[in-house]
Design a protein around this ligand. Structure first.
Ligand code: FES
Length: 171
């Protein structure tokens, strides 16, 4: 046993204890909101380049726009949900695949290919008679002021995968 050992006074013991407990409490209070603020951002970054197999073989894509529906798991902050998505998919005159979002750029209704008998060969929005050409560009003189967004796409093992839809700006 060492003779140099100095006893801890009651005041020192209380100081150490309170400092330790206070530190733990402060760390606990700070970590939770910090994690809540940062974690969803990190998760969003991971999922940004996600593509989904929409169960359409490349060989089944024709020059006629066809509707494709699929679902994705979406994480919004701490809320997880299943979201239904739709695209109009076709091959253009060069044989390139085009995947258009059906969300009207006027006020967000859903457009459909040849949705009006009065407007063949057009995407039609029933809400305010909006029209788009086959390539998704809005028809002048109708309410939409921008083209339909396009989905990122890729082909893997002969199947079509779709990613995020990207706006194309004003036309
Ligand atoms: S929402 Fe499509 S034309 Fe208005």
């Amino acid at each position: 046993m060492s003779e140099d050992k100095q006893p801890v006074s009651r005041r020192q013991f209380l100081n150490y204890t309170l400092t330790g407990v206070g530190g733990f409490m402060a760390a606990g209070i700070m970590i939770s909101p910090l994690r809540m603020a940062i974690d969803p951002v990190l998760q969003q970054g991971e999922g940004e380049s996600d593509f989904t197999n929409v169960q359409l073989a490349e060989g089944d894509i024709t020059n006629e726009p066809q509707r494709v529906d699929w679902e994705v798991e979406q994480v919004d902050g701490w809320y997880e949900s299943t979201v239904s998505k739709t695209a109009w998919v076709y091959k253009d005159d060069n044989g390139d695949i085009v995947a258009l979002s059906p969300i009207c750029t006027h006020l967000g209704c859903v457009v459909s290919w040849e949705g009006s008998e009065d407007h063949p060969e057009r995407f039609y929005c029933p809400c305010h008679d909006g029209l788009y050409y086959k390539d998704g560009v809005n028809v002048e003189g109708t309410p939409p002021t921008a083209p339909l967004p396009v989905y990122e796409h890729k082909i893997e093992n002969g199947m079509l995968f779709l990613g995020k839809s990207q706006p194309r700006g004003e036309a």
